[in-house]
Design a protein around this ligand. Structure first.
Ligand code: HEC
Length: 105
């Protein structure tokens, strides 16, 4: 019971923010799949960093820019759709950060 309450209090703000950002669940999941295939080995499974920076809450333009290759990151070929899904996944992980980046805080 106590665990459930903790879980709700942890997940509730996330649910509210995800709702405000209107991130479609199906697209978050699609993004997670591509991310786990192409990005997680460096950025960590939850994009919080590992051998590469924390990229939670980053936007589509950041994903597209990085995919062209930046310094220590190799170029990664992504379709527009995959890049969009990854960005939605990243935004869903840190909606507050995403809102600041979007200027809608
Ligand atoms: C081989 C390891 C590797 C893989 C795979 C990789 N990255 Fe990176 N990524 C890096 C490194 C290292 C940096 C830091 C680059 C730098 O600033 O020199 C980086 C930087 C970034 C940045 C910019 C971070 C910032 O602070 O501005 C974004 C966004 C990003 N990666 C997204 C992705 C996405 C999306 C994928 C999957 C499609 C991906 N990366 C796959 C290693 C990787």
């Amino acid at each position: 019971m106590r665990f459930c309450l903790v879980l709700i209090s942890v997940l509730w703000p996330f649910a509210v923010y995800a709702e405000e950002l209107s991130l479609p669940k199906g697209q978050i999941e699609a993004g997670r799949t591509v991310f786990l295939n192409k990005c997680s080995r460096c950025h960590g499974r939850d994009a919080s960093g590992g051998n590469a920076p924390d990229i939670q809450g980053m936007l589509l333009k950041d994903v597209k820019e990085a995919a062209r290759g930046v310094e220590a990151m190799p170029e990664i070929v992504l379709t527009e759709v995959d890049a969009g899904h990854i960005a939605i996944f990243l935004m869903s992980l840190a909606p507050d950060q995403a809102r600041i980046r979007l200027g809608i805080n």
